[in-house]
Design a protein around this ligand. Structure first.
Ligand SMILES: C[S@@+](CC[C@H](N)C(=O)[O-])C[C@H]1O[C@@H](n2cnc3c(N)ncnc32)[C@H](O)[C@@H]1O
Length: 247
């Protein structure tokens, strides 16, 4: 199993080699082919879709301070600022965060590098936590659950957590040969740059937790699970869910 240090190194490399594609992996945009404006515009419908469901559930009315966990290059920052007074992004990759600062220099936002916990944030700090296309990349289910415990700790009373996570990945997509060949060749001494730019290999992992298991876990932690929606974050082959929860 990949440990968190290796996992961090992978995201540092991705943040160096092709950060926008590592965030939104559209085949036509590979090798630094995303247009920045087009890339940032993709965040608008994502945020509006989530916020519409929140409004239906009568959530998110306090504005206040939000955390975008695994914010990457801060693609969503400007869109979330329509609904929250303070946007804070955190990510494990310093390279992603360097890019986030540059891309969002016109905004008043904060970015932090987190480790395998969220100790950088005190208890009861945020009104809202969002995380999209992040937990799915964790090296293990234990780590996913550890972050969820941390979300509970740093949310205020009645604070809202919305996150996306696949509920099921069909067997034929679980093998993830690209990542495995990448790791093997990396181990043999080939450079990340060569593996990505010449062989088209990359180390992105996909993980999932069944809806039932996740719902039980959230309730055990103390969250009220207000809604679970099917979503399309992972394309047609992977069943993905967005969880709407309240502390
Ligand atoms: C596919 S990108 C999504 C970025 C952003 N959420 C978005 O939708 O634009 C996944 C991000 O999660 C970050 N990440 C991976 N593991 C993480 C961890 N343990 N803690 C925080 N961020 C993590 C990666 O560095 C990367 O920036």
């Amino acid at each position: 199993m990949e440990n968190i240090e290796k996992h961090k190194q992978n995201w540092e490399k991705l943040g160096e080699l092709d950060p926008l594609w590592a965030v939104l992996s559209d085949n036509n945009k590979r090798f630094n082919n995303w247009n920045l404006e087009e890339f940032l515009a993709t965040g608008l419908s994502e945020v509006e879709n989530v916020f519409t469901v929140m409004q239906e559930l009568k959530l998110g009315q306090e504005r206040g301070r939000m955390l975008d966990f695994g914010c990457g290059v801060g693609r969503l920052a400007r869109h979330w600022l329509k609904y929250f007074d303070k946007y804070v992004g955190s990510d494990i990759s310093s390279k992603m965060l360097e890019r986030a600062l540059k891309i969002n220099q016109d905004l008043s936002v904060e970015f932090y590098e987190n480790q395998d916990d969220l100790k950088i944030f005190e208890d009861n700090k945020f009104e809202f936590i969002y995380s999209g296309i992040v937990l799915q990349h964790m090296p293990s289910r234990e780590i996913i659950k550890k972050y969820i415990l941390e979300f509970y700790r740093i949310l205020k009373e009645d604070g809202v957590l919305v996150f996306q996570l696949p509920a099921k990945i069909p067997w034929r997509f679980r093998l993830q040969p690209i990542r495995k060949v990448y790791s093997a060749l990396r181990f043999l001494g080939l450079s990340d740059d060569f593996l990505y730019n010449h062989l088209g290999l990359y180390p992105i992992k996909m993980n999932f937790i069944s809806e039932n298991d996740m719902k039980n876990f959230l309730e055990k932690v103390g969250f009220k699970v207000l809604n679970i929606k099917n979503d399309t974050y992972c394309g047609p082959n992977v069943e993905s869910r967005t969880y709407y929860c309240q502390k």
